[in-house]
Design a protein around this ligand. Structure first.
Ligand code: FES
Length: 383
């Protein structure tokens, strides 16, 4: 969908929301939680600073002192990467587009809680939680769903966003709102279908005679082993997504799940995507489809790392690589988001809310007090 069409759709949606608001009905907010990315190159330093300050994502010794130093040191290199992918991250553009499309569908699928309005709350980039909270207050929101846009749960990602909501609840009056949480959806059939369709489109670029020999290389953001070893569920949940996609594809191709984007010298979950591509070249594999499986839109890890770095390296080794498109403006995916939210609202009405039962178990190795409090707050007992 073009940017122009998107803004026309957004204006139409705001008009219909404005009418409902004028009629005195406060919207049911669906808050799209994600890490975010710098929309312009100039925002790169602040994004990195917020990211390295987050102990839920990257636990550092002396975090408050080390984080600014690391952010400053990495800024020039990351600015160059954002310049190379067109001058900024498209995450905000796609999250708004997905959220607005989902809210419109929700009005039809679950009219009892209409009007619905999507809000974006990013953890490290504009719009941050406090800005979104102000907007929600202005709109008179009384009921909200915190809807993670990370399909698979990790305490470093979804957990971090929920901890941030919990921390900001008093200063931003978020605690006057009735909340419920969608904290994971990595095997939802709509999500799996959207990913599978994008893989099929990438596979179709290979000749029919050799298509079934093409290796599907699922690539997800890696995690430090210190996080994996405290019992974080992410690795298992990404594996479950891959398994569900392969079942949907009828196990049509050989596949592997590998991990990308590790930073720093400590041990991270492997094997790494770049090493896997080299290994496949050594094994004589000539065709690969790279599949981003743990993110809902293009971002620097797909547009720079997969497209500009790994694909080029693999092609130099004689491997033809096509990347499955990210979910971006996929109508199948936007419908899946609406279905997930509808199921959640029905569950809440049936008394199954307000928190996911999956949230009730903390990591066995968790030492972060906020995790437990945040879960109690969302359950309505921790104010
Ligand atoms: Fe997983 Fe706290 S780190 S629940």
């Amino acid at each position: 969908m073009s940017l122009l069409r998107t803004s026309v759709v957004s204006r139409a949606l705001s008009r219909s929301y404005a009418t409902a608001h004028a009629a005195g009905k406060s919207p049911t907010a669906v808050v799209m939680l994600n890490m975010g990315g710098p929309s312009t190159v100039a925002e790169t330093h602040d994004f990195l600073l917020n990211l390295f300050m987050d102990g839920d994502l990257i636990p550092l010794p002396f975090q408050r002192f080390l984080a600014p130093v690391i952010a400053r040191r990495r800024t020039p290199q990351i600015e160059k990467q954002y310049t190379d992918i067109g001058g900024g991250s498209p995450i905000l553009h796609y999250t708004q587009l997905q959220g607005d499309g989902m809210a419109k569908l929700l009005d039809e699928l679950h009219p009892e809680t209409a009007p619905h309005k999507a809000y974006v709350a990013f953890r490290y980039a504009r719009p941050l939680t406090e800005v979104t909270a102000r907007q929600m207050k202005e709109d008179g929101v009384k009921r909200a769903i915190a809807f993670t846009q990370y399909p698979q749960y990790s305490c470093s990602t979804t957990g971090s966003s929920l901890n941030e909501l919990f921390r900001k609840r008093k200063s931003t009056e978020l605690d006057t709102i009735e909340w419920s949480v969608i904290d994971r959806w990595g095997t939802h059939p709509g999500f799996i279908e959207a990913v599978a369709q994008n893989i099929e489109a990438a596979l179709a670029k290979f000749p029919a005679e050799t298509r079934s020999e093409t290796v599907l290389l699922f690539s997800a953001h890696s995690l430090p082993m210190s996080v994996v070893n405290r019992g974080d569920p992410y690795i298992l949940e990404v594996s479950a997504s891959v398994n569900a996609v392969m079942q949907r594809l009828g196990n049509s191709n050989p596949f592997r799940l590998v991990w990308q984007s590790q930073v720093g010298p400590s041990a991270w979950m492997g094997m790494q995507t770049g090493e896997a591509l080299k290994g496949l070249a050594r094994l004589g594999k000539k065709q690969v489809v790279l599949v981003p499986i743990a993110f809902t839109s293009d971002h620097i890890e797909t547009l720079y790392e997969l497209d500009l770095e790994y694909t080029k390296e693999a092609e130099e080794l004689g491997v033809e690589v096509h990347r499955a498109a990210s979910l971006n403006d996929s109508p199948v995916f936007i419908r899946a988001l609406a279905d997930i939210a509808t199921e959640h609202l029905r569950d809440c009405k049936a008394g199954k809310g307000p928190t996911s039962i999956q949230m009730s178990l903390r990591c066995p190795g968790c030492t972060n007090a906020t995790c437990g409090q945040q879960k109690a707050w969302f359950a309505g007992s921790g104010r």
